[in-house]
Design a protein around this ligand. Structure first.
Ligand code: GDP
Ligand code: ZN
Length: 454
């Protein structure tokens, strides 16, 4: 055993064959491990060392580059070693086994980043953006993730938190020193500061919400009676044949899910099997999955047939939809009636939708109208510059902070204690985003920043 306790190791490159494969190791003191594996060489921090990687018997497993990052100047803040070998699965496995032999243990998912967070190399929002960058499904998403990783989002949060602390100092000073009465708050323009804070929080929340849209996209379900053209529409949007299209009602046996991107926004579309009673087991499975897709959906596209309109089957399906679902009604097959594609909104339709789009899944006429309507429904404003690739966790926290600020603003001058509590909760919500523990050393801050002993 060479490595210090709780040294972790893992292949950092994707499994399978590749030109280069990287094993990453993080621990408290890794020089002995580096020496063991390289046959006694001592790597210099941040200089590539070309070396053989040796097994326990001194046989060469592979040769490649050994990189050594001495703590704390590393990704995790601990000693980090990277072994860059040939990217074959067997070679990678042998190198990893060698590291385990030397006392490392296999890293858990995300454990390097977790250590980076615990060692204050990254805050929580930045750590999350590491995963977002890797998972980015569009260039816009990748650019936003990098901005968050570099701390753009965290800076906005820190600025909000700093302002909140200043405000709390004022308000709590009034509590602790009752002789510093309401006049004191008014002189310091506490309510003006609170209003300014509400405004800035609103801006950050709006940016974060747009970012969350871009990161998480939207879930859309196609619903409608058999044969209205759900599968055809899915295929038309996806641009290839993934669902089975036939003239026989009930052919779509399974839900079929497809991800498309509209203007860089990921849109997951699920074709439902139809919510009909059936004895057919295959179809039953499909129907169960439809229920799940419906539960996760943000929006339903309700397809009707131009000849039949909203028939009884469709009414039954609509009755089964979760009430929160946004709805767009689609009148398909306009090529049969020779109608022009159109989008009308502000309507009160029987389906519960207020937007009606006439299109043809077969010819593609009107598909662009549908894509526009989808982006509008999700609230996308078409501009990704300056946004943060926020998560629901972040927008929820900011919404909580917003509610607390609103509540604080409602407090009268005889409810200063309550106001202080709302401000405290607002700060806790914001701090949760960057993962700081809101140790209540606020009094210390008050005394260091504020001259009360006048
Ligand atoms: P689903 O049961 O709702 O999934 O309907 P399908 O997509 O399987 O379509 C049923 C039938 O309607 C197929 O024969 C399609 O080719 C036809 N269809 C779908 N959309 C259109 C359209 O826009 N125009 C015309 N003329 N036929 C369509
Ligand atoms: Zn179908």
């Amino acid at each position: 055993m060479t490595a210090t306790p709780d040294t972790i190791a893992a292949a950092a490159t994707a499994p399978g064959r590749g030109g280069v494969g990287v094993i990453r190791i993080s621990g408290r003191r890794l020089l002995p491990l580096a020496q063991q594996i390289s046959g006694g060489k001592t790597p210099q921090p941040r200089l590539a060392l070309y070396t053989d990687f040796l097994d326990a018997h001194g046989r060469t497993i592979d040769s490649g580059l050994l990189l050594y990052f001495a703590a704390p100047a590393s990704f995790t803040g601990e000693d980090v070693i990277e072994l860059q070998g040939h990217g074959g699965p067997v070679v990678m496995q042998m190198l990893l086994s060698r590291c385990l032999e030397l006392g490392a243990r296999p890293a858990e998912p995300g454990e390097f980043t977790k250590r980076a967070f615990l060692n204050n190399k990254l805050d929580l929002a930045q750590a999350e953006s590491v995963a977002d960058l890797i998972d980015a499904s569009s260039q816009a998403a990748a650019r936003m993730a990098v901005r968050s990783l570099k701390g753009a989002f965290s800076q906005h949060i820190h600025a909000l938190v700093d302002e909140l602390i200043t405000l709390r100092m004022l308000v709590e000073a009034t509590l602790d020193f009752p002789e510093e009465d309401i006049d004191f708050l008014e002189a310091a323009d506490a309510r003006g500061k609170l209003a300014g804070l509400q405004g800035r929080l609103k801006t950050v929340l709006a940016q974060a919400q747009q970012g969350a849209v871009l990161r998480e996209g939207m879930n859309v379900v196609l619903v409608g009676a058999p044969n209205v053209g759900k599968s055809s529409l899915l295929n038309a949007l996806a641009g290839d044949d993934i669902a089975i299209v036939t003239d026989i009602a009930g052919t779509t046996r399974d839900t079929v899910r497809e991800q498309i991107t509209i203007d860089g926004i990921p849109v997951h579309i699920t074709d439902t099997a139809g919510l009909r009673d059936t004895d057919d087991t295959v179809e039953k499975i499909g129907i169960e999955r439809s229920g799940k897709a419906l539960a996760e959906a943000d929006l339903a596209l309700i397809l009707t047939d131009p000849a039949e309109g909203l028939n009884q089957k469709t009414r039954d399906i609509l009755a089964a939809l979760p009430p929160h679902l946004k709805k767009i009604e689609i009148r398909n097959k306009i090529d049969l009636t020779g109608t022009a594609p159109a989008l009308s909104d502000g309507l009160t339709l029987e389906s519960g939708a207020d937007t009606l789009i006439a299109l043809s899944a077969k010819t593609g006429a009107g598909l662009d109208l549908l894509k526009q309507a989808l982006l509008r429904q999700i609230g996308w404003q078409g501009e990704s510059e300056g946004l943060f690739l926020a998560r629901r966790r972040h927008t929820l926290a900011l919404e909580t902070a917003q509610t607390e600020l609103d509540n604080a603003a409602l407090c009268g001058n005889n409810q200063i204690e309550l106001m202080a509590e709302h401000l405290r909760l607002a700060q806790a919500a914001c701090s949760g985003i960057t993962g700081e523990f809101t140790a209540d050393d606020l009094l210390g801050v008050i005394f260091s920043r504020f001259c009360i002993g006048k």
